[in-house]
Design a protein around this ligand. Sequence first.
Ligand code: SF4
Length: 359
Amino acid sequence: MRHLAEIRKNIDSCWKRLSSAGKSGVQLMEICGTHTVAISRGGLRSLLPDGLRLISGPGCPVCVTEQSYVDAAVHLSGISDVIIATYGDMLRVPGSSASLEQARCDGANVKVVYAAHQAVELARRQPDKQIVFLAIGFETTAPATALAVRQARGEGVTNFSTLTAHKLVTPAMRVLLSQPDIRIDGFLCPGHVSVITGFREYEPIAERFGRPCVVAGFDDEQILAGICEILRQLAEAAPAACSVYSPVSADGNQQAKRVIEETFDVVDVPWRALGVIPASGLELNNRFADFDAAKRFDLPEFDAAEPPGCRCGDVITGRCLPTDCPLFGKQCTPREPVGPCMVSSEGSCAAYFKYGVNR
Ligand code: SF4
């Protein structure tokens, strides 16, 4: 607790320096679903100076995944002998016609897994079925997908494939900074992703755009320490990339980076609300293309229409808060979600609904 009080004192002191330099308001973006939830759960906004605003960015894997991906997964679930293996958060994301949960109620075979290798296990146990693993997430989960594909190849498990929608964090940060209607004075960077990438990954953003990029851990003290470091850099006009989270090194996990590089190609991919971002996603490379479910099942193109009235796209780009959405807490609740930000355990709307805005 003493440490927390000290961090708050330092935040106040940086804030005073910023105020006396004429900076009247600061807006920081966290790009990590776990931070989003922790900030709401800990009521951290209420501990910050007036004029310091925290907004959520595209850090929740489910929320940034396009509607068309959900529709593709639901389509695959309707093919006879296909079993969809998915992380639990994807189950209830509404697609254009149905969610995977609804498809399951209608007879589709959809199983929840907690790790990619469990989908390979499933394939090994059910050789007469085709197991399609929904591979979503950022640099954090991509190594596990890569290892699962390699495991399947090594063990001759041919009835396993992945519908891959892995994304890379920094290309989205660059796109956000080029939007004239979005104000971001600094980034609270994701802890888990940065364990893989290393904090040096953010250096070009700090240098080119002049925004502090600080990696933080997930408890209240860690998050406030990250915010404090961003304010210090702003007060000293010395933006940099760094980490206040000890597991994160400058260069990250070389082994995990290597397995990503050797398994995937970096490609242009669509993000919810951000459109197609060049070199922002991962696709299985030629060596592993036979594990690509889109190719194996000759998937058609799906439309990417958003659920009517849902402002998830604005929420994950910091253009609005969840409470600005007219459906928040009315037509859209965790029990009956309209958009992915209310479904996912890391979604901003779900966090605001569960913990209140300022508690
Ligand atoms: S409250 Fe619901 S409908 Fe509105 S942006 Fe959030 S998820 Fe979408």
